[in-house]
Design a protein around this ligand. Structure first.
Ligand code: AMP
Length: 303
């Protein structure tokens, strides 16, 4: 029979191994060296771009990419160019050590944490701008936001050269913008959308949820319920504009301060729909104090 000491040693060793954080690189050169090695040994590279402050939504993306690749890179970079004037770039939650501890529990093989000078070297003068799909909804409320996103994601793609990259459906318009420039620029990366991960009351997990006061956090849980009701109404024949209006009113009476939009759109082009023809997406942003909460849901069958 194993002694008490031996009985303790076995599980302890396992736990220690699981909590070893993946290696970190901070420069393009180091990232390229590591990914080139992996590629040489026949590995398929997967990338999950993030801004850190990781939560279970981000970690689910790592699981998704780990199932579709052999060498998983997670990037952490709070990208200044996607924040507008007066937005929370400075205040955005940053905790590298906590992020690395969380990544130790996942299939991440490498974490890429560049600084601003590495991503935007002195004299940097180029950007990726996607017209049309970037202009409405978030593009209208956050001018320049999608130029920042498209530029930084393009840079990450060029730096890492992944075979596959995963993005959350939580940022539904962002995913559509990324698919658009990947197609337009013939970038050889397979873009995968992953489902929204929610808290127990249905609120979509977000790094910005920490900004909510406890009163606001309670109200925030109503957001997904209002959208679910809209989905049900549309699937049961409601006129789209009536369903959108009812959702706006329900959000305001739940205690949201403002509703930027509730819009039922074509799931691929994000063009607003007048009539429901079997598949659609409701996309919405509502504000509680300073916090803009995003959510969206499929209506009808997926494409
Ligand atoms: P961020 O760090 O907010 O830039 O997000 C990095 C990636 O995680 C993006 O692809 C987001 O869409 C995705 N993401 C954020 N929150 C969630 C969530 N609750 N469920 C699924 N994906 C998410």
């Amino acid at each position: 029979m194993a002694s008490t000491a031996q009985a303790w040693q076995l599980p302890l060793k396992k736990v220690v191994n699981m909590t070893v954080s993946p290696p970190v690189v901070r420069t393009v050169a180091d990232l390229r060296a590591r990914t080139a090695d992996a590629r040489k040994s026949g590995k398929k590279i997967g990338l999950v771009p993030t801004m850190g402050a990781l939560h279970h939504g981000h970690l689910s993306l790592v699981d998704v990419v780990a199932n579709q690749s052999d060498f998983v890179v997670v990037s952490i970079f709070v990208n200044p160019t996607q924040f507008g004037q007066g937005e929370d770039f400075e205040a955005y939650p940053r905790d590298e050590q906590a992020d690395l501890t969380k990544l130790a529990q996942t299939g991440a093989d490498l974490v890429y944490i560049p600084n601003v000078a590495e991503m935007y070297p002195a004299g940097d003068a180029s950007k990726v701008s996607v017209s049309g799909i970037s202009d409405k909804f978030e593009g209208e409320h956050r001018p320049g936001h999608f130029d920042g996103v498209a530029t930084v994601v393009s840079k990450l793609f060029m730096q890492c050269l992944p075979d596959v990259a995963v993005f959350g459906e939580k940022d539904y318009q962002q995913l559509a913008v990324i698919r658009q420039f990947v197609r337009d620029l013939s970038i050889p990366v397979h873009v995968v959308g992953a489902p929204i991960i929610r808290e127990s009351d249905g609120l979509a997990a977000s790094s910005r949820n920490v900004y909510l006061s406890s009163r606001e956090r309670q109200i925030a849980g109503q957001f997904n319920l209002v959208l679910k009701k809209l989905v049900h109404a549309v699937e049961n024949g409601s006129v789209l504009i009536d369903a959108e209006q009812a959702a706006v009113e329900a959000l305001l009476s739940a205690g949201f301060d403002t509703v930027d939009y509730v819009s039922i759109v074509d799931p691929a082009t994000l063009e607003p729909l007048i009539e429901f023809k079997g598949h659609a997406r409701v996309i919405s942003v509502a504000r509680l104090g300073k916090v803009r909460l995003l959510d969206n849901m499929a209506i009808g069958s997926s494409l």
